[in-house]
Design a protein around this ligand. Structure first.
Ligand code: 5AD
Ligand code: SF4
Length: 435
């Protein structure tokens, strides 16, 4: 029987969130309806992430938990990067899985659901040259801050990373399609667009790079804010740096992963930049946009990392004074060069390093938040807060701001930041006082 209702659960990066939204629109356009949060669904799509070991394990245990009390189960589709990496093997690990669909093949999901409903167990992890985007229905819903994938895949081959294997080679979407989708998102309520790609700043068309795309987007009426994530230092060209100083809609926030503060480790990671070249980029960005909030990614316990090399990572954190940062324990991914390296680091050492790194990051994050107290700025309202009358939105520096206001999601309001927590800010609406 063809399912009537569906649920999609996305894990991992923002690109998966975007893909999850697109799959929902696709199923919706074929007459299926999203089940309520607490309701049972006929079809459950687990849109998985493979970047670290635990995420994949979590996906399998989530599959197991879909069995209902009466022993029955919904139709289950394994999508995303675990699906891509494991292919048919995923179904052997969990016979409850009916459909395996990779990130480049999900435009086929509705057909595969039909096949599965008639007893087949389809697998599609092809990476076709024809863009899945062409097969998608038009955008009809958008959050105030909407994701838009402009580029997928990666050619960098950092030695720890599965992405070049799960998402394939770098491929950019055509400029015209991106602008069309941006306009459609704005028409259905978006005020901010977050451009997504595994290597978003590698996007280019006819010699023009991301900076040129951002400048074209900035000309669209109604688009108030632009962000992009995630970037590689080597693709941070001067045009993009200049855009941070010149394009008003480009928000003062940059997520630029460095991974390690040791040149030797960076070399074995095949990062093809040095600590110094990374810091020079950030200096340039700061010189055109002094208030920019900087963010990064770090891996601790990469094979062979010594205590001294780890301390160099802490020094980078202190040198940059990140406004936020993500840090991870190294996780060996099957098939990647680093997984076969000698000198894998003991778990206890990794735990200890991660804790020390996170303490240092939290220290700078709190300091950044405190430094904004008293700042008059604007907040894009995204959703209701926990208390009545309270709303939550984002500052230009991507801080969550709690504010008492009658404004609704999608409105941009004038706020004075009055209090700083470790993870969020409290704001006071200014229009009220001015009235
Ligand atoms: N182990 C730990 N962290 C990883 N990342 C990518 N691959 C691994 C891995 N094998 C981290 C990097 C990257 C972020 C998305 O995830 O820091 O920037
Ligand atoms: Fe996870 Fe990478 Fe896939 Fe995103 S692209 S879901 S981070 S493995």
């Amino acid at each position: 029987m063809i399912p009537k209702t569906f649920k999609i659960k996305s894990f991992g990066c923002q690109m998966n969130v975007y893909d999850g939204e697109r799959m929902a629109e696709l199923l919706d356009s074929r007459g299926m309806r999203a089940a309520g949060e607490d309701d049972d669904a006929d079809l459950v799509v687990l849109n998985t992430c493979h970047i670290r070991e635990k995420a994949a394990e979590k996906a399998y245990s989530d599959v197991g938990r879909l069995r209902r009390e009466d022993g029955s189960k919904p139709l289950i589709a394994l999508a995303g990067c675990v699906a891509q990496a494991e292919g048919a093997e995923a179904r052997r690990r969990s016979p409850m899985i009916d459909i395996v669909v990779g990130p480049q093949a999900y435009h086929r999901l509705p057909d595969m659901v039909g096949e599965a409903a008639s007893g087949k167990r389809p697998v599609d992890t092809d990476m076709p040259a024809i863009s899945k985007f062409d097969a998608m229905p038009a955008r009809r819903r958008a959050a105030p801050s909407a994701y838009l994938t402009v580029q997928e895949g990666c050619d960098k081959f950092c030695t720890y990373c599965v992405v070049p294997y799960t998402r394939g080679a770098e491929i950019g979407r055509p400029l015209r399609d991106i602008l069309d989708e941006a306009r459609a998102l704005i028409d259905c309520g978006a005020r901010e667009i977050v451009l997504l790609g595994q290597n978003v700043n590698a996007w280019r068309e006819a010699g023009a790079g991301l900076a040129s795309l951002i400048r074209q987007l900035a000309r669209i009426d109604g688009l108030e804010r632009i962000r992009y994530t995630t970037s590689h230092p080597n693709d941070m060209d001067d045009a993009l740096i200049a855009a941070h100083g010149e394009v008003e809609q480009l928000m003062p926030y940059l997520h630029l992963p460095v991974q390690s503060g040791s040149d030797r480790v960076l070399k074995t990671m095949n990062r093809s930049h040095s600590v110094d070249s990374y810091l020079r980029i950030l200096d340039k960005v700061r010189s055109v946009r002094p208030d920019i909030a900087l963010s990064g990614d770090f891996i601790v316990g990469f094979p062979g990392e010594t205590e001294e090399e780890f301390q160099q990572t802490l020094s980078v954190v202190d040198a940059v004074c990140y406004a936020s940062a993500y840090s991870f324990k190294y996780s060996p991914r099957p098939g990647t060069p680093a997984a076969a390296m000698d000198d894998q680091i003991e778990r206890a050492v990794m735990d200890d390093r991660l804790q020390r790194l996170q303490e240092r990051i939290n220290h700078h994050q709190s300091a950044f938040n405190r430094s904004r107290i008293g700042t008059e700025t604007q907040v894009l309202i995204e959703r209701s807060g926990r208390n009545p009358g309270q709303m939550i939105g984002k500052s230009p520096w991507l801080q969550s701001v709690h504010v008492e206001t009658a404004a609704t999601p999608g409105e941009i309001i004038d706020v004075t930041l009055v209090e700083a927590g470790p993870r969020s800010m409290t704001g006071a609406e200014r229009a009220l006082a001015a009235a």
